[in-house]
Design a protein around this ligand. Structure first.
Ligand code: ZN
Length: 74
């Protein structure tokens, strides 16, 4: 698909990092599969991946962790 941010390039398969922030809670998830724009770096995460990220964030948050960095799929 064409990047909707810069409209210059077709997105390609790649990996990105997603950051969740909610109040004090901050979680970075690395190596998330996404479509990435080679021109501006914007990343597009699919719906199933996004759901998984939300689940992971809930799990980490429910353990009382304030800040963490994890790998996707672990
Ligand atoms: Zn772009």
């Amino acid at each position: 698909m064409k990047c909707v941010i810069c409209t210059l390039s077709e997105t390609v398969d790649g990996l990105t990092s997603i950051t969740f922030e909610r109040g004090e809670f901050r979680l970075v998830i690395n190596n998330v599969p996404a479509r990435v724009c080679p021109s501006c770096g914007e990343s597009y995460v699919g719906e199933d991946v996004a759901l998984r990220l939300l689940n992971d964030a809930e799990n980490v948050s429910s353990q009382g962790v304030i800040e963490d960095i994890i790998e996707y799929g672990q």
